[in-house]
Ligand binder design. Sequence first.
Ligand code: 3HC
Ligand code: NAI
Length: 708
Amino acid sequence: MSELVSTTRHGDVAVITISNPPVNALGPGVPEGIRSSIAAAAADPGVFAIVVIGGGRTFIAGADIREFGKVVSGEKPRRSLLPLLLEIEDCPKPVVMAIHGTAFGGGLEVAMAGHYRVIAPAAQVGQPEVKLGIIPGAAGTQRLPRLAGVAKAVEMCAFGEPVGAPEAVSLGIADRIVEDDLMAGAIAFAREVAARPAPKTRERGEKLGDADSAVFERARQQAQKVRRGQTAPLAAIEAVEAATRLSFEDGCAREAELFGQCLYSTQSRGLIHAFFAERAVSKIPDVPKDTPVYEIRRAAVIGAGTMGAGITMNYANAGIPVIVKETTREALDRGMATIRKNYASTVKKGKLTQAAMEQRLALITPQMTYDGFEEADIIAEAVFEGMALKKQVFGEIDGIAKPGCILASNTSYLDIDEIASVTRRPELVLGHHYFSPANVMRLLEIVRGRSTAKTVLATSMALAKRMNKIGVLAGNGRGFIGNRMLGPYLREAQFLVEEGASVEQVNGALYDFGMAMGPLAMGDLAGLDVGWRARREFKHLEKPGVRVPLAADRLYEMGRFGQKTGRGWSLYNENREPSHDPETAALIEQLAREAGIERRTVTREEIVDRCIFALVNEGARVLAEGIALRASDIDVVYLNGYAFPSWRGGPMLYADTVGLKTVLARIEEFRAGHGEDLWSPAPLLVELAGNGGTFTGFDKQREVAAGA
Ligand code: 3HC
Ligand code: NAI
């Protein structure tokens, strides 16, 4: 018997417990342990029924995802789970799967091979493999339609969303909810069914004919919309479709083929990288997990504009009472109207109840004074971007806030240390940089100032989690991680239109690359006034003689702020749909002519390479300077703050995938054409390309060094 899987006897029922913390993944030893435990129980004449249950917090969260990377890099694949599942299904004694926590991926596949499933009320079941760029690989696409019906199986396998216990029962995935003690309930259930012939999922055909072919077509269209560019959802649909046409055995063979294709794709590499990157991000080498955290009971937000309103909602959503302060009644009313509108639209979508909306609104106190700020445990500042104003506000709140109160700025670019310098508590000052819309985007850059205390960082990480955000630690340099890298990316997009590409071509090339929108469309969405304000703050740092984009300031001066004014790089109708703007095109042409820029045909490949490699090159500097702890942290920032295509794993993994030698060669070409100041390659990139390294490898080395 394996240590990972153990059996206890409860009278005539054998209970097999899986103990592979933290999530009972089916790593080495677990399937083998289940197999031998089932075989032993089957052979034991005193056993009439078998219960399989997860020890700890969950049933089985799936295959061990770490194994996939090893297989792809050439390690011999472990034995498929399929024979084990057949053995479970063919066991002559009834096997009851007792599910709590999550039965995901291979976990649900194991569960479906049992003859019955009982489930705890809060448990979830699902086939989330597509989120990793793969599909179920142990007959999930074949057994799930037999239990839940074809339409639901297509949905669950193609989109990866789990279902809760009540729905699992009504769909037929589980047989019964056990309200109290799951093991006791499972044992009782096993005794109830022990005398009946045990149903085998693979032999059930009654639900396979319950959907017409339109189900698959609709799912494909939906996948192309919500998982644009991804291959796994389409493969998952095909595999479920195979279940309706082929025998169980042939369906499994087709699933295996499709699984293999997905596993050996760069897409699964990207998505698996993103999964682990998101989990690595909270690990800060000098801020250990047991660092004490402050309790955040009350909060205050200054500014109820675009960002302040969303930040206020984040606190209310986390159940934290929050004051929001503005300077004028109009601005306050506008901010509160935005908050109400946002909540109302969530209620309309059915994602929030009216009562919950009222509860959250009741946590928000809008006002124009600092009354009550002395009780706040954290004050978040979101006033206009400008050092003078930020210093004034921090000076004011430092005088009012209680000792121990954290002061967080939402500044996009400004120096946190300079802001902290006007306070008597620099150790409690840091950046909390949210992304627009702040109540929606999951990224939060937590910007560490020179004096920021570790407790404040740990508290911020915990707060991010409480807000359902992903906190990424960033060093204090202009633009931190995300916006600093965005600078060269947006610069190249603008240079390309000056050199001859149209606005639509530039936006289209990056949209086709997988970005949620092109760079100029993003500028129009964020507001060209926002960029103008930031540029004004740093004009004095521009190096004379170095090329700068020409049109953005002119568009701002013409009152063309983007979507909010109906005109920016593009024209917008009342539904905010863009169209070509001949006026912008003429302006760009004129400015290029005046500057002596030669207009030429620009290829799609050049657009993508110049924009994305500009991002990567700056990313390498951010990494070398320690502004980001890991290349994978940069990827998390870009995936969650800038809608970089998840299946490419982020800009740094994309560079690894292309090959750093190739990336460097391309950057050298751009340097030859556009000059040293714009395109000098980052020393770290040169070093890694020179020694055959990767950013992923660099992360591993840094991790080892930090641990040493
Ligand atoms: N394999 C390996 N490690 C896993 C894992 C898995 N399937 N699932 C979670 N982990 C690890 C995490 O990396 C993390 O490790 P760390 O502490 O070292 O960072 C730890 O377990 C805890 O995970 P979370 O921080 O995510 O814990 P939560 O409680 O927030 O969430 C969860 C738990 C809902 C199970 C979530 O981890 C999850 O969604 N996991 C992935 C589930 C999944 O995708 N399963 C399918 C795998 S593919 C498969 O089964 C193929 C099959 O068809 C053959
Ligand atoms: P905004 O212009 O929409 O809102 C700023 C608000 O602050 C205004 O409503 C103004 O009345 C208020 N305000 C100014 N001085 C104040 C004071 N002394 N007390 C109380 N309220 C005051 O600006 P936005 O876009 O919300 O930006 C705020 C901050 O967030 C800036 O630092 C910006 O750089 C940053 N940021 C902006 C993002 C964006 O996409 N708009 C994204 C991330 C950060």
